[in-house]
Write a protein that binds this ligand. Structure first.
Ligand code: SF4
Length: 340
């Protein structure tokens, strides 16, 4: 592989085809590390198209790192609603608190990795994009492009290690931030998961995958076991003032620190009902590792009487948008009667 030609062609293509994204510095401008960090945390597990609106809203609400560091975790979780993977929001809030106390923004992957929620990929993405450190972050786009260009027929997850080795060969001091983003853009716009646009690709004459007609086959995915289904019950408990009983989930674990409608634990077998509420329906929701079927019941009983849910608070049903509710709980609350 002619690495110099790879880099040169990709950067040349990037100069006239780069995506305009709200967190990206315009040509000739210096990137804002806070914008890069915020966008990279949001982009973990979420598409660019979805992140754009959230990023703009966050920057509108907290224009500087210091402003967001001072925000309450609840405000951040409320703003994060709908993005999912809420541990990202908690870690982001913690990381910004630490950054606000540092004399300067860390610049190397090693220093950036010390921040909560910043793993190897995110550290390298921030280091290269915000500080032009000569590293290549390896995400799904980069795995796909590198696997195809180098014709790597190993299956994931082992493939990732080989791609990381190739990424070391590709890293260089010449425009590291642009190079990292050019790989991301090529993966998103040209070397797409389905229907790669090889006819428009600046790397085509270097591409082993194209030469071997493997562009539709690579990268070879790992065989995933089927997702299990878990079951539980959720209780819409109302008082005479039309308020609903909610509680906060434990800080650690799935949806940590978020607000929920109380319910049973989520078990591998359908939950045997030990409460005589009025059945309202079933909510189906899919998390990364399992599907969830939640039976929703309505009750006017005192919360202390229901399955031992004494810890919680009454919330105004007209102001539920101020609660840090994950999507699955919004689905449960959709069963509230319109008059409540
Ligand atoms: S030639 Fe096709 S498979 Fe190869 S890098 Fe370009 S788009 Fe991807």
């Amino acid at each position: 592989m002619d690495i110099a030609a790879f880099r040169h062609r990709l950067l040349h293509w990037y100069d006239s085809n780069r995506r305009t994204l709200p967190w990206r510095a315009l040509k000739g401008q210096k990137p804002n590390p806070y914008h890069v960090l915020l966008s990279e945390i949001m982009l973990q597990q979420t598409t660019v198209a979805t992140v754009i609106a959230y990023f703009e809203r966050f920057i509108g609400q907290w224009p500087t790192l210091e402003a967001m560091a001072k925000a309450s975790l609840d405000d951040v979780l409320v703003a994060w609603q709908g993005l999912g993977y809420y541990s990202r929001a908690r870690n982001l809030h913690k990381a910004l608190g630490q950054l606000a106390d540092l004399p300067s923004f860390p610049q190397t992957p090693d220093d950036l990795r010390k921040l909560p929620g910043v793993g190897d990929y995110t550290a390298k993405a921030i280091a290269s994009i915000a500080f032009d450190q000569p590293v290549v972050p390896v995400d799904g786009n980069v795995i796909r492009v590198v696997a195809r260009v180098f014709g790597l027929t190993q299956a994931l997850p082992m493939l990732k290690k080989t791609v990381a080795e190739k990424a070391l060969l590709l890293a260089a001091d010449d425009r590291p931030g642009d190079f990292a983003q050019s790989l991301m853009d090529l993966g998103s716009m040209i070397c797409r998961p389905q229907q790669p646009r090889c006819d428009r690709c600046p790397l085509r004459s270097l591409c082993k995958g194209y030469e071997d007609s493997l562009q539709h086959t690579l990268p070879i995915k790992a065989v995933k076991p089927p997702k299990p289904t878990r079951y539980g019950c959720a209780f819409l408990t109302m008082n005479k003032q039309g308020q609903i009983w909610l509680r906060r989930r434990p800080e650690k674990g799935l949806l940590g620190g978020m607000i929920e409608v109380p319910g049973t634990a989520w078990a591998e077998q359908p939950t045997e009902l030990v409460h005589d509420g009025l059945w309202r329906g079933i909510v189906k929701h899919t998390f990364t590792h399992f599907h969830l079927n939640l039976s929703v019941y309505e009750t006017t009983k005192d919360p202390e009487e229901i399955l031992g849910f004494p810890t919680g608070f009454w919330a105004d049903t007209k102001a539920l948008d101020q609660q840090a509710l994950p999507t699955v709980m919004k689905k449960v609350l959709a069963f509230l009667r319109p008059e409540t």
